[in-house]
Design a protein around this ligand. Structure first.
Ligand SMILES: C[C@](O)(CO)[C@H](O)COP(=O)(O)OP(=O)(O)OC[C@H]1O[C@@H](n2ccc(N)nc2=O)[C@H](O)[C@@H]1O
Ligand SMILES: Nc1ncnc2c1ncn2[C@@H]1O[C@H](COP(=O)(O)OP(=O)(O)OP(=O)(O)O)[C@@H](O)[C@H]1O
Length: 302
């Protein structure tokens, strides 16, 4: 068989409510994820049994590990072990998702590699098996399989599609320098300073906004408990958020663990205007536009 190509999206957390630190090192979460149209492409071609390799091209390719630290390789090995196949694969990733930007780039590649290798090897794993394998690879990986708009529970790995209408116009301000997810969670713990933390809950107004499909309502309810921690680590992000609000964004929030800042625009024309104005501030490394929700990791060619 020739290459299996999978297209896989970035995510933004519309709500990221962080509960107590658990004994396994994860925080209990209540999250609303949305998949947005910034994509990586993951191509899998056959390789001799036991040989797993990865090449990376595209934006920020130099920042991505090429060894077993690459989440796509780990996903391929996990599926081979689970399915009991003596297989190998050569993986080519074309990055379009910011690296270490809080948009689940590596997680999305892991989801894509599961889907690509499952097709390449004919292992025919069912949806629940793929979701369970995804959960072992990282908290965001199951959502990257699912796509759309979904609720995340547990440490983010238990995903359920959300009742959501509408299509939303996003503008993302990228920072040149990535941020470490564990460091941002650790900073939040320091800010909280052992004060009692309630179980996380998704704010009801956000679910109503999604059910109604109103961008203005959704924009007003964007929330991220990690944002204060991300701003302490990277204070310049506060200026980026302020600039977006000044230019009329109807919602603004740090994406996941940051440093990408996400802005909701009123409509397409406003998104074009907002992205040009943000780029003009010189406060961010680059600016990208995307719509959401979009589907999760999908085979586009085989
Ligand atoms: C910030 C988010 O992107 C929001 O969706 C996710 O919570 C992070 O998901 P991820 O990058 O897939 O993270 P994982 O690889 O599962 O975990 C990396 C590290 O982040 C911290 N972590 C992650 C998820 C969670 N619920 N609590 C945590 O404290 C832990 O230190 C963990 O060791
Ligand atoms: N396929 C991959 N693509 C990008 N980074 C990867 C990949 N595999 C492993 N990594 C490593 O993971 C780190 C985090 O990168 P990633 O792009 O997944 O961050 P993120 O978008 O902030 O993640 P999240 O939003 O899930 O917390 C990178 O610094 C890199 O070392």
């Amino acid at each position: 068989m020739s290459a299996v190509v999978v297209r896989t999206p970035a995510k933004v957390n519309l709500a990221l409510m962080v509960g107590p630190l658990r004994t396994d090192g994860f925080h209990e979460l209540a999250s609303v994820y949305q998949a947005v149209g910034l994509y990586d492409e993951v191509a899998a071609t056959p390789a001799p049994p036991g040989e797993f390799s990865v090449r990376v091209s595209g934006r920020e390719a130099g920042k991505v590990p090429l060894d077993n630290g690459n989440l796509a390789i780990r996903a391929a090995r996990l599926l081979a072990d689970h399915a009991g196949v003596d297989a190998g694969v050569s993986i080519d990733i074309t990055k379009g998702i910011p690296v270490a930007g809080g948009m689940a780039g590596g997680s999305s590649d892991a989801a894509a590699a599961l889907v690509a290798c499952d097709t390449l090897w004919g292992t025919n794993a069912d949806r629940s098996t793929l979701l369970a394998l995804a959960a072992r690879l990282g908290s965001d990986v199951p959502f990257c399989l699912l796509g759309g708009t979904a609720i995340g529970a547990g440490h983010g790995e238990i995903v359920t599609p959300a009742l959501a209408r509408g299509s939303y116009e996003w503008v993302f301000a990228l920072d040149g320098e990535g941020m470490s997810t564990p460091a941002v969670y650790a900073r939040l713990d320091r800010i909280r300073d052992n004060l009692a933390v309630l179980p996380p809950r998704i704010p009801e107004p956000m679910m109503s906004a999604l059910a109604s499909g109103s961008a203005a309502e959704l924009g007003a309810t964007l929330v991220n408990d990690l944002q204060p921690a991300a701003l302490r680590i990277r204070p310049r992000l506060a200026q980026v958020l302020e600039a977006g609000r000044d230019y009329g964004a109807i919602g603004s929030v740090v994406s996941g663990s940051g440093p990408t800042c996400a802005f909701l625009a009123r409509d397409h024309a406003h998104a074009v205007d907002l992205s040009a104005r943000l780029a003009g501030t010189g406060l961010c490394a680059s600016v990208r536009r995307a719509t959401g929700p979009v589907p999760g990791a999908r085979v586009v060619e085989s």
